[in-house]
Design a binder for this molecule. Sequence first.
Ligand code: ING
Length: 320
Amino acid sequence: MTRPVVVAAAQMGPVARDEPRPRVVDRLIELLRRAHRGGAELVVFPELALTTFFPRWWEEDPAQMDAWFETEMPGPLTKALFDEAARLEIGFCLGYAELTPDGHHFNSQILVERDATVVGVFRKVHIPGHAGNEPWRPFQHLERRYFEPGPDGFGVWPAFGGRIGMMICNDRRWPETYRVMGLQGVELICCGYNTPIHYAPEPSQDVLAGFHNALVMQAGAYQNGTWVVAAAKGGVEEGVDSLAQSCVIAPSGQIVAQAYTAADEVVLASCDLDWCQRYTTTVFDFDQYRRPELYTRITAQRGVLLEDVPTPAGSGEPCP
Ligand code: ING
């Protein structure tokens, strides 16, 4: 029994600050068409795919940054992408900056089915970086100034013949992200990312950017028996070298396809969703092997507590 879905990680090269959004949408449509020619049914685009990664700049008045946000999805500028996808009967996942009608700012991803219905919208849970002006950095990472953390957590939706989840960029570094979806039976997670290679707080990590990217997603995929489709916005964007290496990862943890450029590139793979069960009904049969009664710290604590484990009375005596 197999349940294949052909997916594409639609990697983008840099988007310049002054690149007109219609031009960016044209690039997305071209990637959609290339993916369709490759047989893709689901195309995953990067985080904040419509614009340059604007959180790299400090703006005294955050309202000035609203111009980078979408107030409708689809809106006048993105309708062409939705229309082309509907014409090609291809689904997609698109990352964008969302400004809601009641004034909330989220780093969001929308999942659209092959019949053009909107399956769901995910709002990034783990917001990295900083909120204050830190001009000591060669470039800033002000996501915590411009985005609110998503209030909804991680969902899993019935779509594309399986159970589809979403995560955005920094979410992929946290094991809870995958486990919360794994506990909902996720079979394929769509992920977009914008990852500067230089990490100003700890530059020793720079050389490991690609390793850490693959490490967290391969581990998350394997430990939860799910596919992961990850699409980067890579290359040197406004002077910031950003990790590419978009990839598709199997429930085994194997990378089955990977980008080799840092430009617009379509990474294709046929994902057998039934392969998930080879892990979720064996080594990671959660219901049989997990011990949630011993994991309470994971939801009870945010940070580390250095309380010492009480030693049982009489312990420490040399064994007779
Ligand atoms: N970008 C980065 C990411 O998590 C980052 C931020 C880079 C955090 C390197 C830690 C180390 O890939 C976004 N947009 O989350």
